[in-house]
Design a protein around this ligand. Structure first.
Ligand code: HSE
Length: 308
């Protein structure tokens, strides 16, 4: 599944799995040594098929070495997730490989270990092993990465009446988009900003714990990362205002952007209408946009398993 990282105050800490969109990955063991990758689907041509430059290939190479998997491997990636939009596209393919190889070779790995392996792929796309997207892709629902070293996660279900709207502008994103979006972040922050972000992050986790969609949305406030990245997203302010006017209970940047994500209480507003309002926000800044409604979803699932 696609994922949205940060959710405002939880930079590199929060991740949410989405029901739609998703990638599909097929792994086949082969007697021919080495790793071969094919990429099909959305913007496939923009994704490297070199095993050392593709997030899925990096995870496969790493696992082959660590577990001495004495077989070649063919990886077919069908992209259903738009790459480079802040929707965890690279994390999804990488996680599928980690979960798939665990199943194929009966490795009996823990979820923590699978997340750590999948995070190795993030280096290729972001230049850092952040694990907020991969943990949500692997576990599903909402994930809090309490600590990176040692890895410690808390996994909560999303409330049944929580919907999500996503929109991204049709703009060309630079090749190292996430690394650039990380380079604009402040190295020092005032203590008041820490207090506000911790307050909102804690309230958001409470929202998931008690199933309160409004509290989740209202806590999606970030005074540290979002202000630094807002100028990278054309129409940011209008998209935000439009989503709130259409009934969203909170709006923020999805991961490193340029997608924006809104939380919607299904009992109070329509996520499709909010998505449309967000698209209009991008249009007002001169950009066509893709917008859709989705909801929190489960983690990577094995669709089919065949013996050759
Ligand atoms: N937490 C990461 C960031 C997610 O915001 O840079 C990037 O996919």
């Amino acid at each position: 599944p696609a994922t949205s990282a940060n959710l405002g105050p939880g930079f590199d800490v929060f991740g949410l799995a989405l029901e739609y969109p998703a990638d599909k990955v097929t792994l086949t063991a082969s007697s021919e040594p080495g790793i071969r990758i094919r990429v099909k689907g959305l913007q496939a041509k923009t994704i490297s098929t070199a095993p050392n430059r593709n997030t899925a290939g990096i995870v496969a190479s790493h696992m082959s070495r660590e577990f001495s998997l004495k077989t070649g491997l063919s990886i077919i990636i069908e992209k259903g997730i738009w790459p480079s939009k802040g929707l965890g596209s690279s994390a999804a393919s990488a996680s599928a490989v980690a979960v798939g190889l665990n199943e194929m070779f009966g490795l009996n790995l823990t979820l923590d270990k699978i997340v750590r392996l999948a995070a190795k792929g993030e280096v290729a796309s972001a230049g850092s092993e952040h694990a907020d997207n991969v943990s949500a892709t692997v576990c599903g629902g909402f994930v809090v990465l309490r600590s990176y070293n040692p890895l410690s996660m808390v996994n909560l279900k999303a409330p049944a009446d929580m919907d999500v709207s996503v929109a991204f502008p049709h703009m060309i994103t630079p090749p190292h988009k996430t690394a650039i979006a990380r380079s604009v972040l402040p190295h020092m922050i005032p203590i008041e900003h820490l207090v506000r972000n911790v307050g909102n992050a804690a309230a958001m986790v409470s929202g998931f714990a008690v199933g309160n969609v409004d509290l989740i949305g209202e806590s999606m406030l970030d005074v540290v990362v979002e202000p630094a990245r807002a100028s990278l997203i054309p129409g940011f302010q209008r998209v935000k205002e439009n989503a709130l006017k259409a009934g969203a209970c909170g709006v923020t940047i999805s991961g490193a952007g340029p997608s924006m994500l809104a939380v919607v209480n299904r009992k109070k507003a329509s996520a499709a209408n909010v998505a449309e309002a967000m698209r209009e926000g991008f249009r007002s800044a001169g950009y066509e946009a893709t917008a859709f409604a989705t909801r929190p979803g489960r983690g990577v699932s094995i669709l089919e398993s065949k013996k050759q």
